[in-house]
Design a binder for this molecule. Structure first.
Ligand code: SAH
Length: 361
């Protein structure tokens, strides 16, 4: 399929050689006019992929209830900044604020900041949140946030940030890049850059030819900035995403269009490009800034321990059978191990001693 961005990428490759996956992904997502997030409206039933807040209002509500608890555990800081990273259509925050109304003290001290780089999604967020009683502000980077105690929330945020791949070839690890063939088709090709082998997970010597290692310096950098904010000004951060607990090998580069997987090279700028989050690397980046990182929970554990099943019962009470059936199906989709419950993990960090239930160790 031919498109504007594809032509531009082909010209770049012709001029300066293959692009790293990180460069490709950054162009595809953030190109000012043709980037996927910059120009489009990708999230939700009518978009390309559906996220937990778009599945059920209970997701944002549970995070709102959790945030009230965190605020109390932190000693009720005033002001308390709530910073959501990559808020998509603004649905999580809408549901969060509804739940936050249960604690008037909390509601009166929070100031909500949405960290968003995409102008079109910002417009969508303004629409979704137009009736909220709170004054919401938008920023583009973590650095623009205020230096006050803050709770950061990022659902399916880290996976959208650029990553790199290295491939084992001829016994060496080389960066996997994107080049083109004589028919002007994009293809994967090992580049010239290598990687310091001390940065690879244990056991790399035993990996076969063609094995892939993924690393995401940009994800670690933004995690460091967030952890540094938490360490310096107090607070906590919650990241929910699909990924693995420990660093390892394997190709998780994926592209989704109209709710179906496609080749990541097939339609640049018109599909969502992601990879699984390496939570060990993210946790280490956070710890290096001096915060505590709790043991990971699966999304299923997190939501069930917060009482999502009880909330579902409450929501369904007195409703017609088909509505109750839908609510049950939505909860199952969020928590069951063979659905989103196990692949999605929840990482929580804080600068404070003590638990932030359900996080305890
Ligand atoms: N959290 C939402 C949307 C996830 S999609 C949900 O759960 O539905 C990823 C989001 O991250 C989008 O809002 C996208 O515009 C945003 N995003 C991607 N890269 C970003 C960056 N570097 N800084 C801030 N937001 C970014």
């Amino acid at each position: 399929m031919s498109n504007f961005l594809q032509q531009q990428i082909l010209r770049m490759i012709a001029a300066t050689g293959p692009l790293s996956i990180a460069e490709y992904m950054h162009l595809c997502h953030s190109h000012r006019d043709h980037g996927y997030y910059a120009a489009g409206n990708p999230v939700g039933a009518g978009g390309d992929f559906i996220t937990a807040p778009e599945i059920s209002q209970m997701f944002g509500e549970m995070i709102g209830v959790w945030a009230i608890g965190v605020w109390h555990q932190l000693g009720k800081p005033d002001p308390f900044q709530i910073a959501e990273l990559g808020p998509g259509r603004g649905t999580l925050m809408k549901d969060f604020i509804r739940a936050a109304k249960a604690d008037k003290g909390f509601l009166s001290v929070i100031n909500v900041k949405l960290v968003e780089t995409s102008p079109s999604l910002k417009t969508e967020q303004i629409k979704t949140l137009k009736d909220t009683p709170l004054n919401i502000e938008w920023v583009q980077t973590v650095e623009e946030l205020e230096s006050v105690p803050t709770l950061f929330i990022g659902n399916e945020f880290l996976d959208a940030i650029a990553f790199r791949q290295f491939v084992k070839t001829g016994g060496r690890w080389r960066e996997l890049c994107i080049g083109s063939d004589e028919n002007n088709e994009l293809l994967f090709t090992p580049g010239t850059t290598g990687i310091d082998e001390s940065l690879l997970p244990e056991g790399h010597e035993k990996e076969p030819e063609g094995a892939i290692y993924e690393t995401a310096p940009a994800r670690e950098a933004i995690t460091s900035a967030i952890a540094n904010h938490v360490a310096s000004h107090s607070g906590a951060a919650l990241f929910i995403d699909y990924g693995h607990e420990t660093s390892g090998f394997g190709d998780t580069f994926q592209a989704v269009q109209s709710h179906k997987p496609i080749s990541p090279l097939a339609d640049p700028g018109n599909c969502d490009l992601t990879s699984h989050v390496d939570f060990e690397a993210i946790g280490n980046a956070a710890k290096a800034e001096g915060v505590r990182v709790f043991e990971l929970k699966t999304q299923g554990e997190f939501l069930l321990e917060l009482g999502v099943a009880e909330r579902a019962g409450e929501l369904g009470q007195g409703k017609p059978l088909d509505v109750q059936t839908q609510i049950r199906a939505d909860v199952e989709r969020l928590v069951l191990p063979d659905q989103m419950g196990e692949l999605f993990k929840v990482l929580c960090m804080t600068n404070r001693a003590g638990d932030l239930p359900p996080f305890g160790k």
